[in-house]
Design a protein around this ligand. Structure first.
Ligand code: NAD
Length: 478
């Protein structure tokens, strides 16, 4: 597959990079190049900042009705390119064909849902205790937004930022990850084709540290938002501190799943396996540490192994794989090192644990299940971001919540039990932003975001709009 060459989208135009550099996108399923993109440098970042500043003036002056019309026009054009966009994600990231649907749908849902949500009034009158003043809270667009995106859901992550920022009246500079920039560049082309006012959306990718320090360090952006690892989040916050900006960060996770003896075992196994091996485990909310009550451990293990063995690893539409490759050789080497570390410290692999036999091309790794793990192992301490499930037996009851909380991260947690008192106690104690009990659901209208080192601010829902708005109090004496 060859997707050809794609330019930066800045100031309403498709442009070459100032230094004329290009970057090749490689497919993790075949290790073949599938596209070239214009590779931005500082000069392009500066140009994008000025463009977004002018874009903000244009966009924030439009009425919500006019912004909504543009967003619907963009949505219709994205729908027309559904096939191309989904294929670009499949080839740049190695996702299964079915897996690309969620990415595409998030963009079209965000472009529909956020203008609707903006119509619900956010402005508010406050009472005055002496009746001598009237007080009004008024929300306004915050300004230019810089959005750094993780590669694992290239268009879902883009939709999470594009929808609320545009609806709020902000302009954006979107910097996709160099690992999966192609689909974002295609969105730039679609914005160009529909003639979106210049500077409202700008899309460029280039060397992280160079582009990052230019964009984050500039005083033009009023909002810095990111989806990525906690380490990059800390770096971006530090780079941004040249001026006071709004910060919204969706960062790494180390999700616990807790399965009690009274859980619906089949449901727990099915859902935890789906979350673990979906997107090859490269999901921020994927369960990392699976705590299973000792009395049901063997049964859980047996059923979970069945699920792991049923996963079909591969790439492309024809073979209908249920799990694709890891995103690149570094990601696979990291997983191999983590598994080696666990083995050295006494863990036991009960399924997988290697590159599939006969696989010579593509960054594939078998769905892997490990037990006898301890808190000292990297596989328990760090975010795994791969198809490795660690099964950890526990005795006793609610105290397991302390182990679940024993991580710097606080993104997602899963609990399976029928005991209402236990649910109340554990959900109160858990230090995570997304807590799912006896089932899970993620959607554009439901807030998603972490606490602790997993971030600040929210993606999705009405709460995401707050990240792109500033609130003024207007007090008038009668
Ligand atoms: P990453 O931190 O390496 O990169 C994230 C983005 O930041 C990329 O666009 C990258 O190019 C950019 N970046 C890197 N260094 C930068 C710098 N100095 N200045 C500016 N930008 C910079 O993360 P990744 O490998 O792309 O994604 C995986 C991580 O993302 C995992 O930790 C995962 O948990 C997290 N993630 C979190 C969520 C969430 O909602 N909380 C969702 C998806 C992924």
């Amino acid at each position: 597959m060859d997707f050809g060459y794609h330019k930066l989208y800045i100031n309403g135009e498709l442009t070459e990079a100032a230094a004329g550099e290009k970057f090749t996108v490689v497919c993790p399923g075949t290790e073949e190049s599938v596209a070239d993109i214009a590779w931005a440098s500082s000069a392009d970042a500066e140009y994008a900042l000025k463009s977004a500043q002018r874009g903000f003036e244009l966009w924030s002056a439009l009425s919500l009705k006019e912004r909504t019309e543009w967003m619907h026009k963009l949505r219709a054009a994205v729908i027309e390119k559904q096939q191309l966009l989904r294929e670009s994600i499949m080839y740049e990231m190695g996702k299964t064909w079915e897996g690309t649907e969620e990415d595409y749908e998030t963009v079209i849902n965000a472009l529909q849902w956020y203008p609707e949500e903006m119509k619900r009034t956010r402005d508010q009158a406050l009472p005055d205790e002496d009746n001598t003043f009237s007080h009004q809270l008024v929300s306004q667009p915050a300004g230019v937004v810089v959005a750094y995106l993780a590669w694992n859901f290239p268009l879902l992550n883009l939709g999470f930022k594009l929808g609320p920022a545009l609806a709020a009246g902000c302009s954006l500079i979107i910097k996709p990850s160099p690992v999966s920039p192609l689909s974002a560049y295609l969105i730039g082309e679609i914005c160009y084709e529909i003639g979106l006012p210049p500077g409202v959306v700008n899309i460029l990718c280039g060397p992280d540290a160079e582009i990052g320090s230019n964009l984050s360090g500039s005083k033009i952006p009023r909002v810095i938002t990111m989806i990525g690892s906690s380490a990059t989040g800390r770096r971006v916050i530090a780079d941004s501190a040249t001026s006071i900006k709004k910060i919204s960060m969706e960062l790494g996770g180390n999700a616990p799943a807790m399965v009690f003896e009274d859980a619906d075992l089949d449901q727990a196994v099915q859902e935890i396996a789906a979350l673990k091996f979906g997107n090859t485990g490269q999901v921020c909310v994927s369960p990392n540490r699976i705590f299973i009550h000792k009395t049901i451990f063997n049964e859980f293990e047996e059923k979970f192994l069945e699920k792991a063995r049923a996963v079909r690893v591969g790439f492309g539409k024809a073979d209908k794989p249920t799990m694709g490759p890891l995103v690149n050789s570094q990601a696979r080497e990291r997983i191999q090192e983590m598994v080696a570390d666990a083995l050295e410290k006494g863990a036991e692999i009960i399924c997988g644990g290697k590159i599939p036999d006969g696989q010579t091309r593509g960054y594939f790794y078998e769905p892997t299940v490990i037990k006898n793990v301890t808190a000292e192992m990297r596989i328990v301490k760090e975010e795994v971001f791969g198809p490795i499930a660690t099964l950890i037996p526990f005795e006793g009851g609610e105290e397991i919540v302390e182990q679940a909380n024993d991580t710097e991260h606080g993104l997602a947690a899963y609990l399976y039990t029928r005991d209402v008192n236990r649910i109340r106690y554990i959900t109160e104690k858990l230090q995570f932003g997304d807590i799912m009990v006896n089932g899970f659901k993620y959607a554009i209208y439901l807030p998603h975001g972490g606490i602790k080192e997993s971030g600040v601010g929210k993606d999705c829902s009405h709460l995401a709009l707050d990240d792109y708005l500033v609130v003024k109090r207007i007090t008038i004496k009668h």
